[in-house]
Design a protein around this ligand. Structure first.
Ligand SMILES: CC(C)(COP(=O)(O)OP(=O)(O)OC[C@H]1O[C@@H](n2cnc3c(N)ncnc32)[C@H](O)[C@@H]1OP(=O)(O)O)[C@@H](O)C(=O)NCCC(=O)NCCS
Length: 183
């Protein structure tokens, strides 16, 4: 099973002890302001369990992230297959969600770089995408720091967000293996 190490972080399999801090960050309205409805405790646990099973089955997924010389769980970063249909699916996306106290330190970008590197180098993917609500600028900035590019023609209405909801319009960013290789 793949664990990824970066200068400051460890991307690892989920543990039972992660469930409480994960539920706490999922219950934080500021962290979840770009999600139409924050997950309940049961949904938070189920999300962690799905991520754990995906990593167990395939060796990669949305990894739990810990700071090597600090917090033992700060959120998740990793790769996933979007579970809805859109013009860019099937695809592999890179995604992230960190507790608020861990923002502003470059952790999401550092972890995502390792995940993207794994996707291109170990999984041999041709392309990795990422998407977020048009309003979620912090998340788009992570995509830009990763060298991903945005074509407005790719923007889409997220099928799981109700029509007319302000969070429904989404931006799509793409990164090809060839662009990654030269970056
Ligand atoms: C999206 C999210 C992970 C972004 O967090 P973030 O802290 O802005 O992103 P990073 O961890 O990459 O940190 C980058 C910031 O740290 C700063 N920074 C400080 N020290 C740094 C260091 N040593 N190295 C790199 N950057 C550093 C950078 O300048 C940058 O700040 P800026 O955006 O104000 O310029 C965070 O807002 C989040 O978890 N949100 C809730 C969940 C969510 O919306 N997920 C996405 C759904 S699609």
């Amino acid at each position: 099973m793949a664990e990824l190490r970066t200068e400051r972080l460890l991307l690892r399999q989920w543990r039972e002890e992660d469930l409480d801090p994960f539920a706490e960050l999922n219950a934080d309205p500021e962290t979840m302001r770009f999600f139409p409805s924050p997950p309940s405790r049961a949904e938070s646990d189920a999300l962690a369990e799905r991520a754990r099973r995906q990593i167990e089955a395939e060796g990669w997924g949305l990894w739990a992230v810990e700071v090597a010389e600090g917090a033992s769980f700060i959120g998740f970063v990793g790769l996933a297959r979007p579970s809805f249909e859109a013009h860019f699916t099937p695809a592999v996306e890179v995604g992230w969600r960190l507790g608020r106290e861990h923002w502003g330190r470059g952790y999401a970008t550092e972890a995502a770089r390792a995940a993207v590197g794994y996707g291109f180098e170990e999984l041999d993917l041709d392309e990795i995408v990422s998407f977020t609500s048009l309003l979620n600028e912090p998340s788009s900035r992570v995509m830009e720091r990763l060298g991903m590019t945005h074509d407005p023609a790719d923007d889409f209405e997220h099928p799981r967000v109700p029509a007319g909801h302000p969070l429904r319009p989404h931006v799509l960013y793409r990164l090809s293996r060839s662009d990654w290789a030269v970056s």
